[in-house]
Design a protein around this ligand. Structure first.
Ligand SMILES: Nc1nc2c(c(=O)[nH]1)N[C@H]1C(S)=C(S)[C@@H](COP(=O)(O)OP(=O)(O)OC[C@H]3O[C@@H](n4cnc5c(=O)[nH]c(N)nc54)[C@H](O)[C@@H]3O)O[C@H]1N2
Ligand SMILES: Nc1nc2c(c(=O)[nH]1)N[C@H]1C(S)=C(S)[C@@H](COP(=O)(O)OP(=O)(O)OC[C@H]3O[C@@H](n4cnc5c(=O)[nH]c(N)nc54)[C@H](O)[C@@H]3O)O[C@H]1N2
Ligand code: SF4
Ligand SMILES: [Mo]
Length: 743
């Protein structure tokens, strides 16, 4: 456990003035939540366009209101390619974000009263004056670059603009180094382009899909689930490689219950079979790829028999599944997954996945990966941003040479007292990311926070991270605000608008409102040259022949594609790699001192009496952000621990029994978790849903419900290629009422 920090963890509920504010009847006049209408009342309904903020799929939809102006329900926009008119269970419960009575209500400033740190409720002017005063001081003493922005979600873009105007490009999101970074690096160093979001997997036309741990079905990527369920109805081949019988595995023709951390061996043996059994797309490889001969030599001994020993999978099944892939090719997707920061050699695993797709000829082919098209909206006019003198790259001292985007944990490193480089970070803005449960090795993050001159947290809920702030700014939810439009690459370029369906509750405000006022205080007024944010949106839409009024009616604008979706037969194409080809042998990896072709290296396995800690998603929740949502909490209020029946028997564990967990470093979970005995997990692992076990009492519905996996993730395997934090090499054992059991 960390020492007692200068920034003690403050429970926002323990504030003196909080009760007063809640008692104000004016604040209760805005009624929250959905309301059931009587049959026939629908004609009274008004709808306001938005896109969902419950996860990063960003489905476009409508907030429906009754004639009286009360919020009624939220659902998908028929035009939208992300959702095809349907929200997932989490999105439908989105109004619960608005109605949650535990929301942050007023700006807070940390202060010391009688030697004890507490938060004081302040008004917006006081909060923004304080922040700008601190930012000016940091800029004067250390330069603007020493401020870092950690962001996730739509609010982040507004603060990104503020940071760029202020002079710092140190802007980062956990969606890279805690999520999809290794995938982007793996594909960039093979095809010369990243996957990005939403993934351009042509699932609806695929005849075969291979899921390497990717648990679509529990991971609710809306449009892709819809396409995958059509695939299942059409009896297409799905091959799922997962140590756990996931929902996807249960619907697959082949479930391959791999020994965790050995996927690279399986992938290399599939490559072996495709090459040595002449199953790869020769024409495609000849025309587009570089390094076949080197790869052939490299995988010579990586036979299914070799992989079988390592993975515990059946060698015949490895051969058969390789043939299934080849038979359906190029309409075969070896899915790149999304949360891929697992074991520290993740970029190499994703390189192997990219190479398999290349051998199957599926990149740029129907039923494989399509080329997404994207439109842009011009930026609202503002003066040029100053050029920062240094950026996150300079903090690295040569580490992570192939990181394509900023590495959140590297900026935490540059904030930590142990950092010896010259580019120190002195202040943080944290907007829409709960770093305490998001980045592993929590104590280290807390030590970094303790070393800073300023921490500002912008959130909607009193999540763990808010307890470590100097200033907490309550953002209103996506239901109550304008934001920049959603522009995303897809089969057709689309733009989706977000407008407020109601006034912000309590004293919360939108991010765009906050940055304009902060910018003015920082002498950056010209960068925010508008009265209200709707002007910005209207101006942007007018540049592409529409208007805010028109977008209010449509919600989504679809534009024609400007380039073909697939490669034409024999098309000449240059890839953005050093050789201009698809690189089976990566020149850039070689130049940076890494294996140019992926290699399997063994990983630690759990010691006796310990199990690998495995985690994933539940269809009705998004990370920790929805655990307290009144509507979604009702569907699932805690996580459970999946344990194999044979292991349960050894320990005398029964269904529903509560256990604590202790990891290899002696960290014991703060709360217990209920056991779920199931054949669907291997004997060497246990499994839980990420996002539970909240430690905030002021999150009343979710406090202490289940276990927070992150607190048990103290062994972090950082990917040397791009800095991803591998989180799956942690082992846990059971504890009962704090006492160790004997197995
Ligand atoms: N142990 C473990 N760690 C993980 C993962 C895991 O599975 N296990 N998953 C990883 C992955 S894949 C990812 S992408 C990251 C995700 O990491 P995060 O994005 O940090 O995930 P959340 O825990 O949902 O935190 C989101 C925060 O934003 C707040 N929020 C929600 N809506 C709004 C809003 O409209 N405005 C503002 N200002 N704030 C808002 C929420 O209250 C919450 O505090 O986590 C990574 N870390
Ligand atoms: N409902 C819901 N959907 C979500 C999210 C959410 O919070 N809730 N978050 C979204 C985000 S940001 C992301 S990044 C994605 C993440 O979704 P995915 O990319 O699908 O996440 P992963 O963590 O890679 O997958 C978890 C699966 O990997 C398996 N696994 C564990 N170890 C191994 C191993 O060694 N080998 C193999 N082959 N499999 C293994 C687990 O058993 C589990 O089934 O989900 C997205 N969709
Ligand atoms: S997938 Fe669900 S939670 Fe995510 S944006 Fe779409 S509706 Fe919202
Ligand atoms: Mo993610």
């Amino acid at each position: 456990m960390s020492k007692k920090n200068r920034r003690d963890f403050i429970k926002i509920s323990s504030l003196g003035a909080g009760g007063l504010m809640l008692a104000n009847p004016l604040l209760n006049t805005l009624k929250a939540g959905t309301k059931s209408l009587h049959v026939g009342d629908e004609y009274k309904v008004k709808k306001v366009p938005t896109y969902c903020e419950v996860c990063f799929w960003k489905c476009a939809g409508w907030v429906y209101k009754t004639k009286d102006g009360d919020l009624w329900k939220i659902n998908g926009n028929e035009e939208d390619l992300h959702c095809n008119g349907r929200f997932c269970p989490r999105g439908t419960g989105g109004l619960g974000m608005y109605s949650d009575p535990d929301r942050l209500k007023k700006p807070l400033i940390r202060t010391t009263v009688d030697g004890k740190q507490v938060y004081k409720e302040v008004n917006w002017n006081q909060a923004l004056d304080f922040i700008s005063m601190k930012m000016k001081k940091i800029k004067k003493e250390h330069g603007a670059e020493s401020m870092a922005l950690f962001k996730h979600g739509s609010g982040g873009k507004h603060f990104g603009n503020l940071f760029k105007a202020f002079g710092s490009g140190n802007i980062t999101a956990p969606s890279y180094a805690q999520c999809r970074g290794p995938r982007e690096a793996g594909f960039e160093n093979t095809f010369g382009s990243a996957i990005n979001s939403p993934e351009p997997t042509d699932i609806k036309n695929a005849k075969c899909m291979v899921l390497i741990g990717s648990h679509i079905g529990e991971n609710m990527h809306n449009g892709h689930i819809q396409e995958m369920s059509d695939m299942i109805d059409q009896d297409a081949v799905i091959i799922t490689v997962d140590p756990r019988c996931s929902t996807a595995a249960a619907h697959s023709k082949y479930w391959m219950p791999i020994k965790p951390a050995t996927d690279l061996a399986l992938l290399m043996s599939w490559i072996h079979v495709l090459i040595y059994e002449d199953l790869y797309d020769k024409k495609y490889i000849e025309q587009y790829a570089f390094g076949l001969e080197e790869l052939k030599q490299h995988v010579k001994d990586m036979t299914p028999e070799w992989a079988s020993e390592i993975t515990t999978l059946d060698a015949d099944q490895i051969r058969r599944t390789a043939k299934e892939m080849a038979m359906a090719a190029p309409a075969t997707i070896v899915h790149p997954g999304r949360h891929v920061t697992w074991y520290g050699d993740d970029t190499q695993r994703l390189r192997a996945i990219a190479i398999l797709n290349a051998l199957l000829g599926s990149w740029g082919r129907k039923g494989g990966f399509f080329f997404p098209d994207k439109t842009g909206l011009p930026s609202f006019p503002h003066p040029a941003y100053p050029k920062p003198e240094w950026s996150w790259k300079d903090t690295l001292n040569g580490k992570y040479p192939l990181a394509g985007l900023s590495v959140s944990n590297a900026l935490i490193d540059a904030s930590h007292p142990s950092y010896e480089g010259e580019h120190k970070i002195k202040g943080w803005f944290v907007v829409g990311t709960n770093l305490i449960t998001t980045v592993p090795n929590t104590d280290y993050t807390k030590e970094a926070i303790d070393n800073l001159d300023l921490v500002v947290v912008v959130d909607t809920m009193p999540m763990e991270i808010t307890g470590y702030a100097d200033v907490v700014l309550p953002e209103c939810t996506y239901i109550e605000r304008f934001d920049y439009s959603r522009i995303s690459p897809h089969r057709e370029p689309q733009i989706a608008v977000r407008m407020p369906a109601t006034e912000p509750k309590y004293y919360s405000k939108p991010a765009e409102w906050m940055v304009k006022r902060l910018g003015t205080r920082l002498g950056l007024k010209d960068y925010f040259n508008y009265e209200t944010f709707d002007e910005v949106l209207d101006w942007q839409f007018r540049q592409v022949g529409s208007s805010l009024a028109e977008m209010r009616k449509k919600g989504v604008m679809t534009l024609p594609r400007k380039k073909p979706m697939y490669l034409a037969e024999g098309e000449v194409k240059t890839f953005k790699t050093p050789t201009g080809k698809i690189e089976l042998y990566s020149k850039a990896m070689e130049a940076a001192g890494f294996d140019p072709m992926p290699k399997y290296t063994p990983h630690a396995q759990p010691p006796d009496g310990f199990y690998r800690l495995n985690y994933g998603r539940a269809p009705m929740h998004t990370f920790g952000r929805t655990a307290n949502n009144p509507k979604l909490n009702e569907l699932m209020s805690e996580n459970k621990l999946w344990v194999n029946p044979k292991e349960a028997e050894k320990w005398g564990l029964t269904n529903g029994q509560e256990v604590f967990l202790k990891n290899q470093d002696g960290v014991v979970s703060s709360f217990p978790i209920k056991v779920r005995v199931t054949e669907r997990i291997r004997r060497d692992s246990v499994y839980m849903i990420h996002g539970f076990g909240h430690s905030r009492k002021d999150m009343k519905r979710s406090f202490g419900k289940g276990i927070n996996d992150t607190e048990l993730i103290t062994n972090v395997k950082v990917d040397p290629v791009m800095g991803g934090t591998g989180m799956r090499e942690n082992f846990v054992t059971f504890e009962f009422n704090g006492k160790e059991a004997i197995s």
